[in-house]
Design a protein around this ligand. Structure first.
Ligand code: HEC
Length: 163
């Protein structure tokens, strides 16, 4: 009988001890700190400094800017970046690709799309109409800064793939 009482009070002590431990360590209600053994101080090494992500290159910044400009100026309403033809030809894979265009006098010619062609297509879309498409693209001459134009060209150039 005495034994049982002693065991009983021990149990009570234990419960009180555990409760006070969790109460002190918990703070926000988590019981973690009371349960995790503290690692020996000698083994604690400072965490390795995180390697910062590589800074984007000038070209990457330009491309990102070009994508923004294309969205802001509404180009994406007519041009896709994923190979889907829309009102206008897709931009995917156009750079370096052969394009057959119709000139104002009605004659046709085939050229390889380079930077100069992209620039002219944006500033003066009517100069060369991609065969099979309507001359529905607005002229952006005077509507766009040189910086934005270069960014757009960099973005279009970056869209590689099937044209
Ligand atoms: C209203 C629809 C429309 C909008 C908006 C538009 N385009 Fe076009 N774009 C076309 C069409 C249609 C063609 C094909 C006919 C032509 O050559 O003009 C074309 C052709 C082009 C070409 C030549 C592509 C090729 O495959 O040879 C480029 C580059 C181009 N657009 C860039 C742009 C940029 C950059 C913008 C935004 C600043 C823009 N377009 C806005 C309709 C549009």
């Amino acid at each position: 009988m005495e034994e049982i009482v002693r065991k009983g009070s021990l149990l009570v002590l234990l419960v009180v001890a555990v409760l006070s431990l969790t109460a002190c360590g918990g703070g926000g209600g988590t019981q973690q700190p009371a349960q995790q053994p503290t690692p020996p101080a000698a083994k604690t090494e400072p965490p390795p400094a995180p390697t910062p992500p590589p800074a984007p290159t000038e070209e990457e910044v330009k491309i990102a800017r070009g994508k923004e400009v294309a969205t802001n100026m509404g180009c994406v309403a007519c041009h896709s970046a994923d190979g889907t033809a829309g009102v206008g030809p897709t931009w995917q894979g156009v750079f370096g690709h052969e394009v057959t265009v119709v000139l104002p006098d009605g004659s046709e010619t085939t050229l390889v799309a380079d930077e100069a062609y992209l620039r002219e297509s944006i500033l003066n879309a009517g100069a060369k109409i991609v065969k099979g498409y309507e001359a529905s693209m607005p002229n952006y001459e005077g509507q766009i800064s040189e910086e934005d134009l270069e960014a757009l060209i960099a973005y279009i150039k970056s869209l590689k793939g099937e044209h």
